[in-house]
Ligand binder design. Structure first.
Ligand code: HEC
Length: 497
């Protein structure tokens, strides 16, 4: 009796943390697309989230997710019911900082652990990144007993922050370089690395350096980390060029900040002469802003079987990267759902072979006004023939608009719009407006110099060829500089000297 009273007394409280939305798995799909010969349906499983940074499939058949502001919740995809498990009270959330990566131990019965990576405060109130292990208490359905594995320096950007459990039970963590150039090549710094720990937070004796969690280095902002067939893959944001997907090996150096993408410039060759640099499986220029990854091993959507799934932010898509039989090369790269859901941050696959993605349209760098129900966790699932619309459009979206754009506008879209935005208005406090900027309208030399060499958080674009850069900057001056005159190839050549 006492027990019953207690439960009843708790109910209204619990109600505060549980809210239902209308999504149910047996509802008809909101949209249909074709992935090869397979028709897939789209359903919103959770809506109105505050930048869900990580989604992870739980053994309880629910999707666990972090939100950047500091909460860990789960949603039941059958019913759309969400429940908050934990609200952290020491999160430092700014543009890209906050509660980020999370992983659940694959065997929660034996090891009921949930690992998270977030930026918060240390005891002395300085800003730090933390890797913390919580223990899941199934009876209370909450997370308890935090153990801090690692507190490491945090700056204002490049946090990396994915975590996965290796097949051998080790904890693998990708960390960003903090936008500090010296970190990634310094094996004494935990920044710009893949780190490796035991489940209890101790350092494995077979790590490359004794007593050091560093497993691999030379990374910039690795926001994707996943095992596929026993191999570890990692996505990494490049600067102005060369976003990467890497196959991570013990003790390997991926080159940042001296090598971007493949070793192809003279400077890079010089660096690679003295240091073994491991090439990426693939590098993308123009950049796509790669984030979360998953490995698709199900037969449900045969076109995706054996593929790495990679979400992109700037690219606004979900890419499927087919691996060769050894998992050591990418043999195909198909870009799905481009600009259908906006920025995509995280992806997971359920045992049934459904793909779940989380959008990131309310983060610090939106491409447009977010949709009313953003951010969302979305289910992408195979439809039976009887439920399939034979006229469903391909998930490889043909954006004809781009072909109609003139060359300058296209270059601007590829290289500049992710920060300064298509309309040139930028983002307040973060990316200055180019529209009517004196640097754009004024002396061409200053504009060429700024774009060629970068400035603070603005990357340098000297890799763009003279002719293309002239076309690009002519567009910028015409479009945003109140019709200022053209930039010639000669102007660019002069600027290079
Ligand atoms: C990764 C984000 C990013 C990208 C991509 C980017 N910029 Fe910038 N840009 C910035 C930031 C940040 C600043 C401000 C730098 C500072 O604080 O000094 C800036 C400043 C500028 C300025 C000076 C504006 C002023 O009024 O001071 C110009 C001009 C400019 N960018 C042009 C471009 C062009 C052209 C491109 C494409 C080739 C481009 N940027 C790509 C981030 C970016």
């Amino acid at each position: 009796m006492m027990r019953l009273i207690r439960i009843i007394a708790l109910l209204p409280l619990a109600g505060l943390f549980i809210h239902c939305n209308s999504s149910k798995l047996n509802n008809p799909p909101e949209q249909q697309f074709k992935i090869g010969n397979t028709t897939v349906g789209i359903q919103s499983v959770a809506t109105n989230l505050n930048v869900p940074w990580q989604i992870a499939w739980g053994a309880d058949q629910q999707i666990w997710y972090t939100e950047q502001s500091g909460s860990i919740s789960k949603v039941n995809p059958e019913t759309g019911t969400t429940k908050r498990l934990l609200l952290l009270n020491d999160v430092f959330r700014d543009r890209t900082s906050g509660l980020l990566g999370m992983t659940l131990h694959p065997d929660m019965k034996a090891h009921p652990y949930v690992f998270i990576n977030y930026s918060g405060y240390s005891k002395d109130k300085s800003k730090v990144s933390k890797v913390v292990r919580y223990t899941y208490n199934a009876e209370k359905d909450t997370l308890l007993s935090p153990v801090v594995f690692l507190e490491y320096p945090a700056w204002t950007s490049h946090f990396g922050a994915r975590i996965v459990i290796a097949p051998d039970g080790k904890v693998m963590i990708s960390t960003g370089d903090g936008a500090q150039h010296d970190n990634a090549q310094n094996v004494q710094s935990p920044n710009g690395k893949v780190l490796r720990y035991n489940l209890d937070g101790s350092i494995p004796t077979d790590n490359p350096f004794k007593g050091n969690p560093v497993w691999a280095w030379g990374l910039r902002n690795p926001q994707g980390l996943v095992y596929g067939n026993g191999k570890l893959y990692c996505s990494d944001h490049g600067d102005a060029t060369d976003d990467e997907v890497n196959l991570i090996h013990k003790g390997a150096n991926y080159g940042w900040p001296f090598v971007e993408g493949f070793v192809d410039t003279d400077k890079e060759k010089l660096f690679a002469k003295d240091s073994m640099v491991t090439a990426p499986l693939k590098a993308w220029t123009p950049t796509i802003a790669p984030a979360g990854m998953a490995y698709y091993s199900s037969d449900k959507i045969p076109e995706l079987k054996g593929n790495l799934l990679l979400t992109t932010l700037k690219g606004n898509s979900l890419r499927a990267l087919a691996l060769d039989a050894n998992g050591e090369q990418l043999v195909e790269d198909v870009n799905y759902f481009e600009k259908v859901f906006g920025r995509v941050r995280s992806v997971c696959v359920s045992p049934a072979g459904d793909v779940y993605i989380a959008t990131s349209n309310r983060d610090w760098n939106p491409n447009a006004a977010p949709a009313k129900n953003d951010d969302r966790i979305i289910r992408i699932y195979r439809l039976d023939a009887k439920d399939s619309d034979p006229a469903a459009q391909s998930a490889v979206i043909a954006h004809e608009k781009n072909e109609g754009l003139n060359k300058g506008a296209l270059l601007y879209t590829n290289y500049c719009a992710s920060c300064h935005k298509e309309d040139g208005k930028g983002i307040d406090q973060t990316f200055p407006a180019l529209l009517k900027s004196p640097v754009v309208t004024g002396d061409k030399k200053l504009l060429v110099h700024t774009v060629m060499n970068g400035r603070n958080a603005m990357p340098k674009f000297s890799f763009i060829e003279d002719k293309e850069l002239a076309v690009l900057l002519t567009y910028v001056r015409k479009q945003f500089g109140q019709g200022a005159d053209a930039v010639s190839t000669e102007d660019i050549k002069k600027g290079r000297k």
